[in-house]
Design a protein around this ligand. Structure first.
Ligand code: 3PG
Length: 217
């Protein structure tokens, strides 16, 4: 049974992957996304401001679907969850962090691109994998090829995805959603260009809505 968080992610289709330098801009970022119709964000732990940003967003918007990305260690997983993250994301598969999150009932989206990595994740109880860096690894053709032996697995590709190539991913039955930094560029937050975030999110959401996507089973 797919976790309800993944059902929400599927229905929105897009995960903005965010690097934020100033946590005082987190609340307006979240408001911008919500008003653009995308009540979902992944804050990556790649900047010192990330945990504080997660806390501010959670405090201001209790119902937003909030992910913490670039989780590399168990400590980071614990910190992100206590800051208010609903789901955790990693470019790889940090086993102790994954085991801890699943034991707490927190969805963990680990990166996996090879059959070996997918098998490792399946053994831990993972149902959905991040496929990263998607374009470099061969795009949707690579996802199709690697998923054949694993009929239950679904992917959220990220890495090189933009509004003009997201359709090839989202129309495939194994793809739950796509993610990427193109929706919220780091510079836009820095420069206060929230209007550009609104425009980019709305343009991508229009494409998602125009697609006939496979139903979630
Ligand atoms: C991620 O962590 O998912 C990636 O940094 C997203 O890749 P992109 O910057 O190419 O969208």
């Amino acid at each position: 049974m797919l976790n309800p968080i993944y059902r929400t992610i599927y229905s929105l289709g897009l995960i903005p992957v965010v690097e934020i330098d100033d946590s005082s801009r987190a609340e307006v970022l979240a408001r911008t996304l919500i008003e653009a119709g995308l009540p979902l964000v992944e804050i990556t732990l790649r900047t010192p401001a990330a945990l504080q940003a997660i806390q501010s967003i959670r405090r201001a918007y209790p119902n937003i679907t909030l992910g913490a990305g670039t989780i590399l260690t168990l400590d980071q997983a614990r910190q992100a969850a206590s800051a208010g993250a609903d789901f955790l994301v990693s470019p790889g598969l940090p086993q102790d962090a994954v085991e801890w999150a699943l034991s707490e009932g927190i969805p963990f989206l680990p990166g996996a691109v090879t059959p070996h990595e997918i098998l490792q994740g399946l053994r831990l109880g993972i149902e959905v994998f991040k496929f990263f860096p998607a374009e470099t690894m061969g795009g949707i053709a690579a996802i199709k090829a690697v998923s054949d032996p694993f009929p239950s697995v679904r992917f959220i590709p990220t890495g090189g995805i933009q509004t003009d190539n997201l359709s090839s991913y989202l129309t495939h039955e194994r793809v739950l959603a796509v993610g990427g930094s193109w929706l919220v560029k780091r510079q836009w937050i820095k420069n206060g260009r929230f209007d550009q975030i609104t425009a980019q999110v709305k343009a991508a959401a229009r494409v998602v809505q125009s697609l006939s996507r496979p139903a979630l089973t």
